[in-house]
Design a protein around this ligand. Structure first.
Ligand SMILES: [Zn+2]
Length: 116
């Protein structure tokens, strides 16, 4: 299981760096005179600018979600509950944890959850 912990820790470091970078980009775009009015005067650019901003938001959401999941997984390792399904408390198969180190549910519960 220590291999998985190492992977989670390096993933955690990578994601934190990515969030820091996104935060930096966000501050830069906010300082561009609130963007909106400037772009509205250039109709040709507006679509692209809006699209890029939405892409940023989605990317940032994904990164934050992943970071949260990795953080929670590391917390479960500390607490000694890592690898146990949070719904039925069954041991999650190691192969599944190796494929998805942030998995919180066994396959049966995950499938039940998704088809709800
Ligand atoms: Zn389960």
């Amino acid at each position: 299981m220590s291999g998985i912990k190492d992977r989670l820790e390096s993933e955690h470091a990578r994601l934190e760096a990515e969030v820091a970078e996104l935060d930096l980009n966000e501050r830069e775009s906010l300082s561009e005179a609130s963007g909106e009015n400037v772009y509205r005067d250039h109709m040709g650019d507006q679509g692209t600018a809006t699209f890029e901003r939405e892409l940023d938001m989605t990317l940032e959401e994904n990164v934050r979600d992943s970071l949260g999941a990795v953080h929670a997984a590391l917390g479960r390792i500390e607490a000694g509950t890592y690898g146990l399904c949070e719904r039925c408390s069954a041991q999650i198969p190691v192969e599944r944890l190796e494929a998805v180190p942030t998995a919180t549910m066994c396959i049966a519960c995950k499938e039940a959850d998704e088809t709800r």
